[in-house]
Design a protein around this ligand. Structure first.
Ligand code: IPE
Ligand code: IPE
Ligand code: MG
Length: 235
C-alpha cells in the first residue's frame, strides 16, 4: 500500500537495480562477416569486458549475464569446447579487472557440473571478489526450469512448498528483484532464462548483435526503463 508504481523496494525512484541480459547473436555477427562462430564468441567476450569496465556510472547493484544455458550442450563439441576455453581465458585475464572495478562475482545455474578445472577457477574468483560492492552474476549451465525444480525440491525437503519458500531457494535468492531483462539480436523469447524472476520484470528486445553491444546501449536501456510504469497487478 502506498507504493509508487515503480517502487519495488520503498525507494520509488524508478532506478533499475538489477538488469539481466541474454547475450545473443555472436554466431550471426560472425556469419555476416564470413568468419567462424568462434570469432563471434571472442568478440562477445570483448563486449562483456567493455560492459564490466563501464558499469560504474550505471548505478546498478547487479548485472546478470546469460553466458551458457543448460541447453547449449546441444551445440557441436567444437563450439562447446570453444566456449569453455573462452571462459577459462576470460576468468584468468579479467579477474584483476573485477577486483579493480569493485565487482563481486556470483555464478547461477548448475555450475558445479562444469569441468573440474573451471569449477576450481570459479571458486577462486568468487573468493577473490567476495568484497565487491556490485554484483556481476553469470549464468553458467543455467536453465530457469532446472533452477525452479532444484529450488522446489529444497523447499519440499524443508516442508513448505509456497511461492516465497521456493523463491528463497532460487540461485538468485541473495540478489535484488529483477527490474529489466534485455535480449540482444532480435529474438523475442526467454530461452529458459530467469523464468521465475521475470514475473514482473520489464523486458527490452533489441536488434543489436551481442558483439556490437556497448555500455551506451545499457545506458539507453536504463533511460528507457526509467520511463516505464510498473504496476505489479495493482493500479
Ligand atoms: C550467444 O550467441 C552466445 C551463446 C549462446 C553462448 P549465439 O551463439 O547464440 O549466436 P547466434 O544466436 O547463433 O547468432
Ligand atoms: C540463449 O541463447 C543462451 C545464451 C545467450 C547463453 P540461445 O542462442 O542458446 O537461445 P535459442 O536457441 O536461440 O533459443
Ligand atoms: Mg543464439
Amino acid at each position: 500500500m502506498g507504493e509508487g508504481p515503480t517502487d519495488t523496494d520503498g525507494r520509488g525512484d524508478g532506478r533499475a537495480r538489477h538488469v539481466a541480459i541474454i547475450m545473443d547473436g555472436n554466431g550471426r555477427w560472425a556469419k555476416k562477416r564470413a568468419m567462424p562462430r568462434s570469432v563471434g564468441h571472442q568478440r562477445g567476450v570483448e563486449a562483456v569486458r567493455r560492459l564490466v569496465r563501464g558499469l560504474g556510472p550505471m548505478g546498478l547493484d547487479c548485472l546478470t549475464l546469460y553466458a551458457f544455458s543448460s541447453e547449449n550442450w546441444k551445440r557441436s563439441e567444437d563450439e562447446v569446447d570453444d566456449l569453455m576455453n573462452l571462459m577459462r581465458k576470460f576468468i584468468k585475464s579479467d579477474l584483476p579487472d573485477f577486483v579493480a572495478n569493485d565487482v563481486k562475482l556470483k555464478i547461477i545455474g548448475d555450475w558445479q557440473g562444469l569441468a573440474p578445472d573451471i569449477v576450481a577457477m570459479l571458486e577462486d574468483a568468487l573468493a577473490q571478489t567476495a568484497d565487491g560492492s556490485k554484483t556481476l552474476a553469470v549464468a553458467l549451465n543455467y536453465g530457469g526450469q532446472d533452477e525452479i525444480a532444484r529450488a522446489a525440491a529444497k523447499a519440499a525437503a524443508a516442508g513448505e512448498i509456497t511461492a516465497s519458500a521456493i523463491e528463497a531457494q532460487l540461485d538468485t535468492n541473495d540478489l535484488p528483484p529483477l527490474d529489466l531483462l534485455i535480449r540482444t539480436s532480435g529474438e523475442i523469447r526467454l530461452s529458459n532464462f530467469l523464468l521465475w524472476q521475470a514475473a514482473y520484470a520489464e523486458m527490452l528486445f533489441i536488434d543489436t548483435l551481442w558483439p556490437d553491444f556497448k555500455p551506451e546501449h545499457l545506458a539507453q536501456a536504463l533511460n528507457d526503463f526509467a520511463r516505464r510504469e510498473r504496476r505489479y497487478g495493482g493500479r
